[in-house]
Design a protein around this ligand. Structure first.
Ligand code: IVH
Length: 698
């Protein structure tokens, strides 16, 4: 995308916020609820637009931008495993141009001349689920799913049942610790056989091999996993005590010698054009393979370069996934329904005549908002082209206007919320200077749909995370009027004791489960400030924003007072809120809007009557520059500016472009001018590049 295509900053900001909210919702649906509502392609398009905006306006890269976070936390049932090294995700490329741009970026970051060859390892991107397996002294000791990338689930027993997974490394010089990473998948023929068996037994069918593999790996009984005949391709590694090779290709060969299955199409490519040729070849072979793939992954071959390139928190700079185009099909729109979200957003959803796309039956697609419907002129009764990639519900690409039957009905946006009847409006967005694309229910908490969604958020994994109180239970408690506000969760035990409610007589709630639920509720009467803030479900405020607010205001009283004062947009308190690095104006306004609402303050007060919110505790500094604000100026001699910034940030420092009272260190190279002068005037510590390297350890 060129800079000309991009709207001015304010517009970009607003669009970025909208995309972030949408992406986060899809992440949750996909990772936590196993119930995605959009196709991979659609999701990727949202992410790509977000990244494109961030590329042009780096100030949009806030700490809780989806570009900086991945996935969602694991579901329960298995013990949790904290990964020794996080399991990350991959950036996507959709065209040869994107791939060439990826290599150019690598070159720029490393400061390599244009003629310097950048060899890549290319291999199919397997559409399974990633797993990490730890070997100690050459023996398999621990297996884990990816989970949210930081914490996964312990699947050791089930990994042992994966057909071609070795329990012992078959090399003499195996490192003391070696964590292999790769993809667990179900071959297509096994998938078809499994579904036939499921059908015979009148059990639910799996939508695709990936879901079947996930379901099979997450069986509490390993003998079921064994019967499913899963396979494993190794392609990467986590913690390793001594690396057995110094290139990606060397590692691929080593993995094979150690007993792992390597994808037979993996290849070392000397140039980007060779890599693109492999992509074309793999795409040709795709349909004939006995496993699903959705693209080709390219990785920089030299590991010393991988090291220097490092990560942008979600994905490595040294790798990218070149996706295949999504699969398409034709079907009919039967109806357009409305879903009401936690913050009142009304999302139109197309109900489709069921159709098979790439082996999966699909019957819904999200339509985003009315502008999307209008732009594509999607009508009820229309024949449409839908597209899906991966295992999710597709998007409507376009209407087949030639096939438009008589009597199609145009979609009419609701003027009232279909759940509570409150006005549904598109608010004027001052950042856009026009109406928001999203229509919202103005009912707030009087809207049962919003109240219920908020409660679901309140108990979700990253919020209160109350064991035994999930979406299903909230649904039930809410519908029966037992819990319509968050604080009522905490009065369940006393109401049960007083005989006002009788949970234990209810289906699905024996005495033990009620006791366990109440114990879990008791456990959550102490909560950290950041979790508490996150749990409130403030629009646009994800975990990272909640953490920033907690870190800034330190106590709940401090937060309430600070934000009350900030309601005055002329105040210092407002300036303080805006000055938080990572909180932009849109987020700040959403936060203030939340704390301006009487009913929200009442909900918080009611909660305080039930629980204790701990003051924020700063994590102990792990590096000498953690939390420091640093500025690089002048010429850097051993690294590019981009690399310097990335490394400083990886060590917990904040990198700023200008020197102020708040600057802690200025790293000045040859040719430093006004910034150095200002640092000296302000008495800010100044270092050379060499001194900086010494401070941060090389
Ligand atoms: S390399 C640091 N290679 O794709 C990330 N990933 O969309 C290293 N995947 O989480 C990943 N095939 O689960 C790599 N040949 C391959 C892959 C592959 C599938 C998955 C992996 C990753 C996801 C990212």
């Amino acid at each position: 995308m060129s800079a000309e295509d991009v709207s001015p900053l304010e517009e970009a900001k607003a669009e970025h916020e909208r995309l972030a909210v949408e992406i986060r919702e899809h992440d949750k649906l996909y990772f936590q609820d196993d119930a995605p509502t959009v196709s991979d392609a659609e999701y990727d398009a949202l992410r790509r637009r977000l990244l494109a905006l961030e590329a042009v306006y780096p100030e949009l890269i806030t700490a809780d931008s989806p570009s900086q976070t991945i996935g969602a936390a694991p579901a329960s049932g298995f013990a949790k495993v904290t990964h020794a090294r996080p399991m990350l995700s991959l950036d996507n490329a959709f065209s040869a141009e994107d791939v060439r741009e990826f290599v150019d970026r690598v070159r720029r970051f490393l400061g390599l001349p244009a003629e310097e060859p950048v060899a890549l390892v290319a291999e199919p991107k397997i559409d399974g689920l990633s797993a990490s397996a730890r070997f100690e002294g050459g023996k398999f000791v621990l297996g884990a799913t990816r989970g949210d990338g930081q914490v996964g689930e312990n699947i050791t027993a089930n990994m042992r049942e994966v057909v071609d997974f070795p329990e012992t490394l078959t090399v003499k010089d195996a490192p003391d610790v070696f964590e292999v990473r790769g993809e667990v998948y179900m071959p297509k023929d096994r998938f078809l056989a499994l579904n036939e068996a499921q059908a015979r037994e009148e059990k639910a069918l799996y939508a695709n091999p990936r879901n079947a593999a996930a379901g099979s790996l997450r069986q509490l009984d390993p003998s079921i996993t064994a019967s499913r005949r899963l396979h494993f391709f190794a392609y990467s590694w986590g913690e390793v005590s001594a690396l057995p090779a110094d290139t990606q290709w060397g590692m691929v060969e080593w993995l094979q010698s150690a007993g792992f299955t390597i994808n037979p199409m993996a290849k070392r490519c000397a140039t980007v054009e060779d890599a693109l040729a492999l992509h074309a070849e793999v795409e040709r072979m795709r349909a004939g393979l006995n496993y699903d793939i959705d693209g080709v992954v390219y990785k920089v071959d030299r590991l010393d370069w991988q090291d220097r390139l490092g990560f942008v928190s979600r994905s490595p700079r040294w790798a990218t996934a070149h996706k295949f185009p999504a699969e398409k099909a034709q079907t009919r729109v039967l109806a357009i329904d409305i879903q009401v979200g936690r913050t009142g957003a009304l999302t139109p959803v197309a109900r489709l005549e069921p159709v098979t796309v790439g082996g999966v039956v699909v019957s819904n697609a999200t339509l985003h908002n009315e502008a999307y419907i209008l732009e594509k002129d999607i009508r009820i009764g229309d024949t449409v082209i839908i597209q899906r990639a991966g295992d999710v519900i597709p998007q409507v690409l376009e209407v087949v206007t030639d096939a438009r039957p008589k009597g199609t009905r145009k979609y009419k946006p609701p003027e009232t919320c279909p759940v509570c009847g409150s006005h549904a409006v598109r608010e004027f967005n001052p950042n856009l200077g026009r109406e928001d694309a999203v229509r919202r229910c103005t009912g707030g908490l009087i809207c049962p749909a919003q109240a219920k969604e908020r409660l679901k958020h309140f108990v979700s994994r990253d919020a209160f995370d109350i064991e035994g109180l999930g979406v299903k239970q909230i649904q039930l408690f809410f519908d029966e009027g037992m819990v319509t506000r968050p604080d009522q969760i905490f009065t369940l035990p006393e109401r049960e004791a007083a005989g006002d409610i009788a949970l234990k007589d209810r289906e699905g709630f024996g005495e033990t489960s009620v006791r366990n639920l109440f114990a879990a509720i008791e456990e959550r009467r102490d909560i950290s400030l950041d979790r508490f803030v996150y749990s409130l479900g403030i629009r646009h405020a994800g975990q990272a924003t909640a953490r920033l607010l907690a870190r800034t205001y330190l106590t709940l009283d401090g937060l309430l007072e600070g934000l009350a004062a900030a309601q005055d947009r002329e105040s210092e308190a407002y300036e303080e809120l805006l000055a938080i690095d990572g909180i932009g104006r849109v987020v700040a306004e959403a936060v203030l809007e939340f704390f301006a609402e009487e009913h929200n303050l009442e909900a918080i007060a009611a909660l305080r009557g039930q629980l204790r919110v701990a003051d924020f505790e700063a994590p102990s500094a792990e590096s000498p520059v953690a939390g420091k604000t640093v500025v690089f100026t002048g010429t850097l001699e051993t690294m590019t500016r981009h690399e310097a910034k990335a490394r400083a940030e990886a060590l917990g420092a904040k990198v700023s472009g200008s020197v102020s009272k708040k600057t802690d260190i200025v790293i000045a190279g040859p040719g430093a001018g006004s910034k150095l002068k200002k640092a000296e005037e302000l008495g800010v510590q100044v270092m050379t590049e060499a001194e900086w390297r010494e401070t941060v350890g090389g």
